[in-house]
Write a protein that binds this ligand. Sequence first.
Ligand SMILES: Cc1cc2nc3c(=O)[nH]c(=O)nc-3n(C[C@H](O)[C@H](O)[C@H](O)COP(=O)(O)OP(=O)(O)OC[C@H]3O[C@@H](n4cnc5c(N)ncnc54)[C@H](O)[C@@H]3O)c2cc1C
Ligand code: SF4
Ligand code: SF4
Ligand code: SF4
Length: 502
Amino acid sequence: MVQVINNKTFKGISPNKLMEATYRAAENFQVRAFYEAKNEILKVGKYTEEEFFKILDAMIDAETERKLILERLKSKEPLFLEEIVKIIKEFSPDNVIRDIIYLKEQGYIDEKIEVKTKKVIKKIKGEEKEVEEKEYFYRYQVKDLPDDFIEHYFEPVSIVFEAEVCCHCGWCSSICPVNAITVTADILEIDDNACMKCGLCYTICPRSFSIDQAYKSIKNLDKSLKWSDKIGAYYNTYSGSTTKDKIKKVRQDGGVVTTLLEYLLKNKLVDAIVAVQHSVDLWRPEPVIVDNIKDLYKTGGTKYANSPSLEIIDKAKQYNRLAVVGVPCMMKAIEKATLFPSGLPFFNNIKYKIGLFCMESFSYAKIINLVKDKFDKEINELTKMNIDKGKFIINLTSGEEMAVDLKEVQSYARHTCHFCEDLTSDYADISVGSIGSQAGWSSVITRSKEIDEIYKGAVKDGLIESQNLKEVKPGQFLVERIAGVKRTKCKDPFLELKKKSQ
Ligand SMILES: Cc1cc2nc3c(=O)[nH]c(=O)nc-3n(C[C@H](O)[C@H](O)[C@H](O)COP(=O)(O)OP(=O)(O)OC[C@H]3O[C@@H](n4cnc5c(N)ncnc54)[C@H](O)[C@@H]3O)c2cc1C
Ligand code: SF4
Ligand code: SF4
Ligand code: SF4
């Protein structure tokens, strides 16, 4: 997880400049809305008074920092984030990167994108061919603004829902300080009477504005990580399979997720896990908080209907250390709230993010239709669903297995998934999927030294058999290829949102 440092003091800044910047920071609409709603927020009880002031303090610090950065970059030519980090030495590089991206959203900074085309040789169907590849370069420049310029105001996330790009991760519902948002797998509702228009839900929503440039630049600062345009920043890659018979009975692929979760719980590295199990309706995922092994085993296996899992994070506050399992859009949502608006996570008990690979998900109603239309079966006849080697496969209580081409079921996928560019949960601490590994094995991407050591600990204890993903067939090559296809096919959610809000 990105660790953004909060500035408790502003070293090296003259008192005058600091006072002016703090004054301007206090005028920010988000800071004001949050402060003015103090009584309502404390009444709801989601944040204690101490937490409220910590969040407010961090928001003011971050806003002050942004105003100071703006002053320093005035009248400068367009610069790469890396160049800006070298100029602004008073704040940590992570902070500066976060601030530039937020200043762009607040309307102070222009993002200038330059596209260069280069010719590369690629092997296509066994033949070497010269193809054109586009490279994008992002520079940032402070705008020349009129004196009466007003900072952009962030609307509540009903605009994301109305633009049909909401992925129903549930995160905004957990974050909203006054509990004004209800998110289910299919709907999002905001109670206008309760909403105090702080725009925090917009800030942390994975579909409101892009964090790709911030993510890439921050990860590039960590020299222990490797970088792939297709699967993001990573430390190591593996193919793993559980050795535990009980987990083999409930797993989807290699059972790596459930095994790792058991290892985390048993070694007291976490106190609880946020995962999903079947609800009373079979195959309808229900987000759950689990703090024991018996309940953990109920979460094994993939439910292809979407789950608003992050909606329950605010109900897990009694646990000091959580591991959260989810699909890529959820991993991005959590990471976004770690960066914005202040670098102080709203729930700092999220210790590990365990991300799944995900090409698409389906609404529960569409899953029922799909099973009926394509296989002429009822949902409760199924013991497993799987997507493998271009097929959608179901296993039945009768022991029979049936499959159709994946292309045949794609029209059943959720509309919002067409706006998703991430296959491998780039924003997770560790990502797990089936693509790249043999049946009964999972492909694993560790994204920090810390989680890599945890994975290796589970292997050393004999809980997971593990191989190098680059040395198995089809291996990392296939993961990168499919991840690249997902990125290329993805529609731009931010463009869609802009179109709807104009
Ligand atoms: C909607 C969806 C689509 C997927 N698409 C692909 C794909 O295209 N390619 C690919 O390689 N892998 C995909 N996966 C991941 C894959 O199905 C396995 O989850 C992954 O390989 C881990 O297997 P495992 O045996 O280690 O996990 P297990 O040990 O079986 O654990 C599975 C974990 O997944 C969680 N989970 C199950 N359903 C959901 C859900 N709907 N939302 C959030 N969490 C859930 C459970 O809580 C559990 O912790 C997808 C997963 C989901 C949920
Ligand atoms: S945070 Fe998640 S649930 Fe809320 S609007 Fe954004 S995508 Fe939808
Ligand atoms: S709905 Fe959004 S804008 Fe309204 S109070 Fe909640 S977080 Fe703030
Ligand atoms: S495809 Fe993307 S938006 Fe859809 S469920 Fe998977 S991660 Fe979320």
